[in-house]
Design a protein around this ligand. Structure first.
Ligand code: PGA
Length: 242
């Protein structure tokens, strides 16, 4: 696994945006898996600026988000649909027909997971999966203990994750306890992975993922087995590395 330590969050966002833009420059019809949360916000801002200045053309890319809350509709401000529209999609030239997120209102979430997997396969697989990491080591919403063989499916969120997500939710509404997430096996099949981590609260998870044993207790540790995974972290998130 490759490790890049940025001196601060701003530099991390710059390097992340460059990484994504280079992937698209190399392959204009790249298939990207994209995260939500607070960490990628700066990178999305920089991608928007690149696009505005004519340095990035997203018109042929296909996107798959990592996850979505079950029971939350796409126009609900709590949804990751709404987050992506606000923070990226409404401000760049991604073709709406090539944007994919799990449908939080699908009547059968298990079937929705299978449908989403089939869409990824139909798109030719994921070229670059951009990930965050939970303080508990989760990737997507694959919480500790989830099997490495998992595919896209509904999962129950841990109490710790719900507290973290509630803190950054755009409104007071209560978050669901279930979400649809790409599986760990699905993420591992991406041809390249870029994991972003910022801040001291991620330091323990980053150290365990990079330097601990590969164990379902720390889902991100599975990336040690990925042939092209990069951890891009700021100095605070790197502070527990040996
Ligand atoms: P964050 O979330 O970027 O909001 O910290 C990351 C995650 O939980 O995967």
């Amino acid at each position: 696994m490759k490790l890049v330590v940025a001196p601060d969050y701003e530099t991390l966002t710059e390097l992340a945006a460059d990484f994504i833009a280079e992937t698209v420059a190399d392959k204009p019809d790249a298939v990207l898996a994209l995260p939500t949360g607070s960490t990628p916000l700066g990178a999305y801002r920089r991608l928007i600026l690149k696009a505005r200045h004519g340095h990035l053309d997203l018109s042929r890319v296909t996107t798959f988000n990592l996850d979505e809350y079950v029971g939350v509709g796409l126009r609900d401000p709590l949804s990751y649909h709404a987050y992506m529209t606000e923070h990226l999609f409404s401000q760049v030239n991604v073709d709406p027909a090539r944007i994919h997120l799990p449908d939080g209102l699908a009547p059968d979430p298990e079937a929705e997971g299978r449908r989403y997997e089939a869409e990824i396969t139909r798109a030719g697989g994921i070229d670059l999966a951009v990930l965050g990491i939970g303080a508990n080591g989760h990737i997507g919403f694959n919480e500790p203990g989830g099997p490495f063989e998992s595919r896209t499916r509904p999962v129950r969120l841990s109490a710790e994750t719900i507290v973290a997500m509630q803190a950054e939710a755009p409104s007071e509404g209560r978050l669901p306890v279930t979400a649809l997430t790409l599986g760990i096996a699905t993420i591992m099949e991406a041809r390249q992975v870029l994991l972003l981590a910022a801040g001291p609260e991620k330091a323990e998870a980053v150290a365990r993922a990079l330097q601990g044993p590969v164990d379902v207790a720390v889902p991100a540790s599975v990336l040690q087995r990925h042939p092209r995974a990069t951890f891009l972290v700021d100095r605070e998130a790197a502070s527990r590395l040996k």
